[in-house]
Design a binder for this molecule. Structure first.
Ligand code: BDR
Ligand code: CA
Length: 319
């Protein structure tokens, strides 16, 4: 199995991604860093610890990362999407372990040195901690196997502005640094994540699992579905972060994922936070772009929701 560092802003779909990793025998989560996004880094770290405790993985270290983005200050998160506590007002009243005595960026650099060439990085929040780690250790791109990022919008509309997706929009300067670094990036943008929806029937399967983790996830999804009802017209949700987790693990494959140049707009105009993906090769099935190193997942091979539910329900079978 592959060693993983997870960077997250837990967050309902972050909780799904974490549970997916814990349930996947191919993934060995060695450390988790929290960043401000859906909630503050401190609250996200607490949610992560509580989920780990519930899942019986309290030994995995959790570090608090950056509170503020590179420019400006944390703006309070997304309580209308994820609830004031970040996890749909579900209370996980478990006594949690202590936080790690290092920052998230320090944890990532340490793990990269401990697992040279094999560490997989999965970033499902704003990229502040990852950019900080690149500053701490400029060799990071050569030390890790690669990074999978949930974020951005290639051809799809944004979800925070007309063109910007939340994880990128919350720290465009950090994202620009991460995309400029010379490493193997897989970008999982809204194009893929909005096209793969979890339905009420899937939520009911989680609630019926008879295990505290799928049960808690099902309850959180009740909150999440209410936000997405305003977008889709029915109780369901997109699956941003677990989809990125499944691609990073190899549990599901991309069908259309050209290797292209990606830049992040850091100007102050209406394009701020946009992931500018060079998809001009569309009509020729994306010929090679010299120097490009970002694989942009535009579509999946297969149906994600049943796979996600199956993997999450395996948590119930293994205990
Ligand atoms: C992304 O932003 C956060 O709200 C979600 O957790 C996900 O990582 C979707 O735009
Ligand atoms: Ca997230």
């Amino acid at each position: 199995s592959h060693p993983f560092y997870l960077d997250c802003d837990t967050g309902i779909d972050d909780a799904l991604a974490l549970a997916y990793l814990l349930a996947s025998p191919q993934a060995d989560v060695r450390g988790i860093g929290a960043v401000s996004g859906n909630v503050s880094a401190a609250v996200g770290a607490r949610n992560t610890l509580d989920l780990l405790q519930l899942a019986g993985h309290a030994h995995i270290p959790v570090a608090v990362g950056a509170h503020d983005p590179q420019a400006g200050a944390f703006r309070g998160g997304a309580p209308h999407v994820h609830g004031a506590n970040g996890i749909g007002e579900v209370s996980l009243s478990t006594p949690a372990a202590d936080l790690a005595p290092e920052t998230a960026a320090e944890m990532l650099v340490r793990l990269a040195h401990e697992h040279p060439g094999t560490l997989r990085v999965l970033a499902i929040g704003p990229l502040t901690n990852i950019a900080e780690a690149l500053l701490l250790e400029p060799e990071l791109p050569r030390l890790v196997e690669g990074i999978t990022i949930m974020g951005g919008a290639a051809l799809a509309p944004g979800n925070i502005t007309a063109v910007a997706e939340a994880n990128i929009a919350n720290d465009p300067e950090a994202a620009a640094d991460v995309f400029a670094a010379d490493w193997n990036i897989t970008l999982v943008p809204l194009d893929a994540t909005m096209a793969n929806v979890l339905e009420e029937s899937h939520r009911q399967e989680l609630l019926a699992a008879g295990h505290p983790v799928p049960q808690a996830l099902g309850e959180m999804l009740g909150y999440y579905f209410r936000f997405y009802e305003g977008l889709f017209g029915r109780a369901c949700s997109a699956m941003h972060d677990p989809l990125a987790a499944a691609l990073a693990v190899g549990g599901i494959k991309a069908a259309v994922a050209p290797m292209v140049h990606v830049a992040v707009d850091t100007t102050d105009g209406p394009g701020r936070g946009q992931t500018v993906c060079d998809l001009r090769g569309l009509y020729l099935d994306y010929p090679e772009q010299p120097g490009a190193r970002c694989r942009v997942v535009l579509a999946l091979d297969g149906d994600f929701a049943p796979h996600l539910v199956e993997v999450l329900l395996s948590l119930a079978e293994s205990t």
